[in-house]
Design a binder for this molecule. Structure first.
Ligand code: PHE
Ligand code: FE
Length: 286
């Protein structure tokens, strides 16, 4: 056997079957999860639940409670959808992995969240370079129980379709990255997490709030859309919003003129701090 064959991750076959449909959806096939897979979910869930008390924002924690996702077992999308639909008219659709941008935006614009349904292996508990069901469901879906955030995600999908047509997707993708995936929010008790890439990561849940190294800056839409990001390590910069209403209002205007302006501006490096930035301190009000 070659060394490559020995070290190559064994792609779990179940729950990753390519979709026969144009919208990339598959069925979750809940009964096919093994006891080991349910156990991996339990480990991940319990770990994050205890880490996120006092670190995740109240909207996220309330979303977890209201959704009824628990440690016991990998959630069944049919059950989650009853609750999610009743709350915000969103639904979860299962997909085998990352889907093309246009497909992703089309789902979001119709209040459907495409979620993977495979779960990482036990040797990948701390880090996985692609989304799995723990990231997608535990990380993203609780915030979709919040009415303002639910509307923001739909608007993002609509904006994504437009950005694709305008060749401005790299700018809009940065907004997703620094809000939906890695966003912080300032509260009266200090900075809290709402980004799904953080809440589903053991290391980054602590690092983003407590480590002295990363920059924590006040959210500024144009600044965010100019800022490069890291995909292979903890972030070097986080942006904190003051409220979900503020985020939704800032992103409500038509971005077409913003993209025109951004086209003439240089990118900002991930680690940079500009004179115009509002630098936040740990534990202070955003
Ligand atoms: N208002 C944005 C546009 O016209 C769309 C958008 C909404 C983008 C919310 C992100 C978040 O492109
Ligand atoms: Fe994600």
């Amino acid at each position: 056997m070659s060394e490559r064959a020995l070290t190559e991750p064994v792609a779990p076959a179940a729950h990753r079957a390519p979709s026969p449909h144009a919208d990339f959806t598959i069925s979750q096939d809940w009964s096919a999860y093994s006891p080991e897979e349910h156990d991996i979910w339990r480990t991940l869930f319990q770990r994050q639940q205890s880490l996120l008390k006092g670190r995740a924002c109240e909207e996220f924690l309330a979303g977890v409670r209201a959704l009824g996702v628990v440690a016991d077992a990998i959630p069944d999308f049919r059950r989650l959808n009853d609750t999610l639909n009743a709350a915000t008219q969103w639904s979860i659709v299962a997909v085998p992995g990352l889907v093309p941008d246009a497909v992703f935006f089309e789902h979001l614009a119709n209040r459907r969240f495409p979620s993977t349904c495979f779960i990482r292996r036990r040797d990948q508990l701390d880090y996985l370079q692609e989304p799995d069901i723990f990231h997608d469901i535990f990380g993203h879906v609780p915030m979709l129980m919040n009415p303002v955030f639910a509307d923001y995600m739909q608007a993002y999908g609509q904006g994504g379709l437009k950005a694709l047509g305008l060749g401005a997707l790299h700018h809009l993708a940065r907004l997703y990255w620094y809000t939906v995936e890695f966003g912080l929010i300032g509260t009266a008790e200090g900075l809290r997490i709402y980004g799904s890439g953080i809440v589903s990561s053991k290391g980054e849940s602590v690092y983003c709030l407590e480590d002295p190294r990363p920059n924590r800056l006040g959210f500024d839409l144009m600044r965010v859309m100019r800022t490069r990001y890291r995909i292979d390590d903890f972030q070097v910069t986080y942006f904190a919003i003051r409220s979900f209403d503020e985020l939704f209002e800032a992103t409500r205007p038509d971005f077409t003129p913003y993209y025109a302006e951004l086209a003439g501006m240089p990118d900002v490096e991930a680690a940079a701090i500009l004179a115009s930035d509002v630098v936040l301190h740990r534990g202070t009000l955003g």
